[in-house]
Ligand binder design. Structure first.
Ligand SMILES: [Zn+2]
Length: 81
């Protein structure tokens, strides 16, 4: 399935880039011991694209990126611990 218009306009790997209103927040996952590093997972109500949002003040590439449908389950589990 291809991305809807709103998803395709989103900028990946850029801090402070914004999402869109069709995104539904699924859950958050901490990725380490400090609170500065946090993933939130979203899915799009329109096209079903899975997004993760990394909130990390020290990483300029933090921000949105897509979790592609063929993302190995192990990758997901590692991040959902
Ligand atoms: Zn979408």
């Amino acid at each position: 399935m291809s991305m809807c218009k709103d998803c395709s306009k989103m900028v990946q790997f850029k801090r402070h880039a914004s999402g869109h209103l069709g995104l539904e927040r699924n859950f958050d996952a901490d990725d380490g011991t400090d609170n500065t590093h946090r993933h939130s997972y979203y899915s799009c109500r329109i096209c079903g694209t899975q997004w993760s949002f990394l909130n990390d003040k020290s990483d300029p590439r933090a921000g949105w990126n897509t979790l592609l449908p063929d993302t190995p389950r192990t990758f997901v589990l590692r991040h959902f611990r």
